[in-house]
Write a protein that binds this ligand. Sequence first.
Ligand code: PHE
Length: 451
Amino acid sequence: MNEKRSSFSGNIGFILAAAGSAVGLGNLWRFPYLAAQYGGGIFLFVYLVLLFTFGFSLLILEIAIGRKTKVSSINAYGKLNKKFGWMGILSLLIPVLILPYYSVIGGWVIKYMTVFLTGQGKAAADSNYFGGFIGQTASPLFMFFLFVTLTTVVVGFGVEKGVERVSKFMMPVLILLTIGIAIFVATIPGAGEGIKYYLLPDFSKFSFKTLCAAMGQLFYSLSIAMGIMVAYGSYVKDDIDMNKSVTNIEIFDTLVAVLSGMMIVPAVYIFSGEEGLATGGAGLMFKTLPKVFDAMPMGNFIGGAFFVLVFLAALTSSISLMEAVVSMFMDKFKLTRIKAVLVIYVIVLALGVPSALGYGIWSHITVLGMDFLTFFDYISNSVMMPILAIGTCLLAGWFMNLKDIEDEITKNGEEFKRCGIFRVMIKYIAPVFLVIILVFYTLAQFGFISY
Ligand code: PHE
């Protein structure tokens, strides 16, 4: 294309855009329920260790690949080494699979937002409310449709900048509100046990599953292993300090996730005990928080404000997902922007319907023993993203000169503090570790081994 690639305005512009993509339902919805399910403190501990080793290395690697090649991921891998062109297709497929079910959950958020804003928060605090809602047909479908349409309109009209401006202001408010709610939860009698469960690692609870779950969550939350950060890297100007930006994105994203767990996990403990932690699953946030808001003064208002912010965080992430797919469709199939957007709109709507109905009229259908939403989440996070991550490490570490990537990172004479970790991670530890995880997890999933 002859068009000049648009670029971010400076360090802050880039950090905000990347954080807008990274901070979303992954932090607010997915992290707490996984932490609850996989042993609390031990999950948090494993997650943080992975973050500072794997997460950092992969994030900076993807951004560097993007800035070096200046193309979106569909062409970037192949441009570095022809043998790795297939990864471009994979990086196209992953967001195509994630976006539909992401939007189903985005729809749940819209539902809860309207419930609270219309003063019906009390009803939502009922234990059966969430199940009743997702078990319906028209309502979850309609909310899903609304979320996808909103995302599409923003991407279609190219008004992401406007949304980003809103989210710049929303992010700090989201963090403050989350802190406030977490503090409130901590004051409810019985919270102590829950806080302990969440913060103190109990190493006897460590399992292979904890490790796999934490790894998948890391990719998901940082928006890595799906080409999105490669695309963002391609918009980054050459004078950006990548090292600093990546550290900031990491801290920001993790802060929101950890705070969100602090708000939800102890609350689950209070309202549904140990059992609730294990069985909460994907609905945890929606089942637990309304009870917290119900116990709060001005609960409807605070709940409403909270879900508005979750909605915006989800929207900025879904926009980045769709934008990635749109730009790849345009590059690959030579479509105009509007055509690409429309094609993707239809695909997302079609693929999302099973996830939207999977807890209601289609709940009897399962894939590999999972409902549709869980299946799409599994296949993208636990299978395809690890494969892409392995490929990226092999490509950078063995099929090109890793020094070229390091030079890209330190182009302006920046100090690359974690260069040692980076090198060892990308060349050896990450690929070996990821292959082990992928193989064992898959074998276990199909019942060949148990752990
Ligand atoms: N990282 C986002 C979140 O935490 C989700 C996301 C995944 C966004 C992949 C873009 C790409 O919610």
